[in-house]
Design a protein. Sequence first.
Length: 528
Amino acid sequence: MATTFVNDLGIYLRASYPIITIVSSEEDRARELIDELLRQEETAGRPRKLFVWTISRGLVDARDRPASKEDTRPPERALAFAAGYGEEALFLFKDFHPYLKDTSPGAALLIRQLRDLVPEMKGSRRTLLWLSPLLQIPPELQKDVTVVDLPLPAESEYRQVVEQAMAQARANPAAIVEMDEDAIDAIVKACQGLTRSEAENALYKAVVSRHGLAAQDVQSILDEKEQIIRKSGILEYTAAVENFSGIGGLGQLKRWLRQRNEGFSQKARDFGLPNPRGVMLVGVPGCGKSLCAKAVASEWQKPLLKFDLGRVFAGLVGESEERMRRALSVAENVAPCVLWIDEMEKGLAGIGGAGDSGVATRVFGTLLTWMEEKTHPVFVVATANNIDLLPPELLRKGRLDEIFFVDLPDAPARAEILRIHLERRQRATNDYDIPAVVATTDGFSGAELEEVVVDALYEAYSSPEKRLKTEHLLGSAHEIIPLSRSRASDIEALRQWANINCRMAAVSGEPEHEPDSATRRRARALDI
Ligand SMILES: Nc1ncnc2c1ncn2[C@@H]1O[C@H](COP(=O)(O)OP(=O)(O)O)[C@@H](O)[C@H]1O
Ligand SMILES: [Mg+2]
């Protein structure tokens, strides 16, 4: 991955692109790769000078000596130096982005200077390279600036970092290093998604705090990832506590999801399977879509990131693009993970509509392209209650693996859902006439069935006996008017659309109970 970065950057430099920006907080790593590129260029007979600008030192050359007798710390002076420089060179600007904010004093002057510089730079084999953790391009310069992403380290690079940390720990006789091949693999995997320096920090923290390194340090590295997510603001790290055994019905969907989980392994890659992309769950409210999103993550033992699309588009639209990029890159940083976009249609309201200046459409386009091209194992679970508000291009194959329709539960699924919610409240299902309750709750959603149980518990609690009986359940079932009755035509329309466009999350006549996880484990051990 880093090689592609060096190649791409080399092509832009040779083509004399005037301004390139690398969005990354990994200064050291970027510098190493730039140095590697310059060495390659030199070997090929195309040497090029390197100057590095920082706010504290101004411009210095590759050997850290001031580029000029003049003070080049003010950015406009550094730019003037670059403009007047006669040879082929690369000017690496490290702390430049704060000056380009249109609210910063002097931004207008700098932008003017840059605009004048651009035509001079073209064809002169000189390039300005901005390295910054934020993408900040003034609109006047949009078309002259090329963005290059610095990819995260490849597996081999993380492995090096882990081996270095092990060597360092071993150098201390008091430290205990218990690392076999499996432990190294596990830690390398946990590091994936961190920047190199983040991975180094996390490992050294583990070494120092525990006086050694062992397989259990995976946890502290995962904690480090959680920190990164918190900082982004648009993503929420959700502790996933649900699992498939807490979801009644939806057998097809659960089976499909189990199968996809197998698709994340290296074995699956070797077999020729692509990384699973994601799934859209469309359906009647309260039937378990959000529940499934949460359950997938905990079943797969992967972090669950809830993506608040509404917040991407909220506030200043100009920043939406940056927010979207950052959120997606954080998700990639945390991969393998599940990215959950709940009630997607709400977050996308307004896109392409009258009030959209084009920014929202473009930002949404960024998401679509990412969904199609992503190479990191980020599994998207999107849910929607209303398809009319979903842009049709989202549902195109290639972006998601499948669209499932989550319908109202049929009789066997209702029995299962009632059992789940009774057992969750320490009531044994055998004590109740479940078939009778199932018969009176035709058209109830999972959420409404839960309401039946909770209401009945209240009734029972205020009764003299304080004991839950079937009649309490039947009583509350009669009281509750399900949404499917008040919104019958909406649901029917959704069902018709789903018949053509979706796979069914449940089919009638499917086995009432999934094999429990112990049975599944045994089956897997026997490879059946
Ligand atoms: N299939 C189901 N099995 C068990 N509980 C369910 C099911 N569907 C819904 N529920 C209950 O209803 C609540 C709301 O369901 P949710 O998944 O949020 O619905 P939605 O499809 O609108 O996202 C869940 O937290 C759960 O308690
Ligand atoms: Mg929901």
